[in-house]
Design a protein around this ligand. Structure first.
Ligand SMILES: *Cc1c(COP(=O)(O)O)cnc(C)c1O
Length: 221
């Protein structure tokens, strides 16, 4: 009999994604695992890189600036996503550092990012974050404001590739993921950034193309 080898957190998360995709009749390679390394030290990130992970996400520009130039220099094939709220005055720094932004969520930021793109001559693909549970304390564009924000982003030359959400804590995520999928459909957007450590299976079954997983990979923060 084969000895059971304890699998790493990365293998476990990959297995969860593959199983959920199979159940949903989807191809596992349609789903990108974004490893959220916020608050985690470079050594922990290097461990995942050694196991083959290449796509990472951070939620703060300043923290990413401190950690990632060094790691990127050693691993030029890293892809770095910004998943946290972005202040308009940090748009230029974000554009310099990240390959994808998941938190485009308001007119002032669209304006700032459009200007930063023109100035730097660089564009990155963006997700528009939707405040899917209409929570006061959360970032994200209100569902009703989405068409106007998408039109503004298009005007500003921003490459919007999909929608992103962080559903309310402690209740079932499925209805929120289903709503995000519907909104993406209605607006002709192909990609969905949704699902975290606790609900990635649900997200994959409801069409996620990017799952953002932190604690299941790195341990609790
Ligand atoms: C921290 C964070 C995640 C990862 O959350 P986990 O529950 O640790 O997997 C995903 N998305 C965003 C926007 C985050 O800030």
């Amino acid at each position: 009999m084969e000895q059971a080898v304890p699998s790493s957190p990365l293998e476990q998360v990959r297995t969860r994604i593959v199983s959920a995709a199979r159940i949903a009749g989807r191809k596992p390679d349609e789903i990108t695992l974004v490893a959220i390394s916020k608050t985690k030290p470079v050594a922990a990130i290097e461990e995942l890189i050694a196991q083959g992970q290449r796509v990472f996400g951070e939620n703060r520009v300043q923290e990413a600036q401190a950690k990632w130039p060094e790691i990127r220099a050693a691993h030029p094939d890293i892809v770095l996503h910004l998943v946290g709220q972005l202040q308009s005055n940090k748009a230029e720094e974000a554009l310099e550092l990240f390959d994808c932004i998941h938190s485009l969520d308001r007119p002032s930021l669209v304006t700032a990012l459009g200007k930063a793109q023109d100035k730097l001559g660089k564009r990155v693909p963006c997700f528009v974050q939707v405040n899917i549970g209409a929570e006061d304390q959360k970032g994200g564009c209100a569902v009703a404001d989405l068409p106007a924000l998408l039109a503004q982003a298009n005007q500003a030359g921003i490459d919007v590739i999909g929608l992103m959400c962080v559903p309310p804590a402690d209740i079932e995520s499925a209805p929120f993921f289903a709503l995000l999928d519907k909104l993406a459909d209605e607006n002709g957007l192909a990609l969905l950034s949704m699902g975290m450590s606790d609900d990635l299976e649900t997200a994959v079954q409801l069409g996620a193309t990017h799952v953002r997983v932190g604690s299941a990979l790195f341990g609790h923060r």
